[in-house]
Design a protein around this ligand. Structure first.
Ligand code: CDP
Ligand code: MG
Length: 155
């Protein structure tokens, strides 16, 4: 199914200059940029975004880490995009993430792990709404889409 998912280029990607290399991976996979912008996250949006972690001992450090620089938020579109992007992202801990994944190739930390990616259809929907206004999401399709997927896959 054609899906949209949310990716955040975390301060670890911004500070270390990996935005281009990571975006290139998503584009070479065939994912479509449906929305992209730079923003400074604040405590309010992070408490919402990471509500499942507010009770954890590392939460204050996570807040600090996510606010350490502006981030780039991106909405990517593609067939099964939520799962595809999670697979490309790899395990949370960069030391355990497989080589070939973004976290496996660019990080060595459980916290400074380069990108966020939505982990379920419900999360993706809520997260895209959290970070983008409706008019910031573009429902365009590149002319080359027929060379990325078969017509059956796009139904
Ligand atoms: O990002 P992911 O969905 O893989 O993992 P999560 O369990 O939803 O945790 C969200 C983020 O919290 C991680 O990506 C890490 O940046 C951070 N975290 C951390 O700093 N220390 C941990 N022990 C676990 C997560
Ligand atoms: Mg998560």
């Amino acid at each position: 199914m054609m899906e949209k998912t949310l990716v955040i280029f975390k301060p670890s990607a911004m500070e270390r200059g990996f935005v281009g290399q990571i975006l290139a991976r998503f584009q070479q996979k065939g994912l479509i940029i449906a929305g992209i912008k730079m923003m400074q996250l604040d405590e309010n949006i992070l408490r919402e975004h990471y509500s499942h972690l507010t009770g954890k001992s590392f939460f204050p450090l996570l807040l600090k880490s996510m606010m350490a620089s502006p981030v780039i938020v991106m909405c990517l579109k593609g067939v099964d995009a939520i799962n595809v992007v999670r697979l490309m992202t790899g395990a949370t801990n960069g030391r355990e993430a497989l080589p070939g994944t973004i976290r496996g190739d660019f990080s060595s930390s459980n916290q400074e792990n380069i990108i966020h990616a939505s982990s379920s259809p419900e999360d993706a929907e809520a997260e895209i709404k959290r970070f983008f206004r409706a008019e910031e999401i573009f429902d365009w399709t590149p002319a080359s889409i027929g060379f990325v997927y078969s017509p059956l896959e796009m139904q």
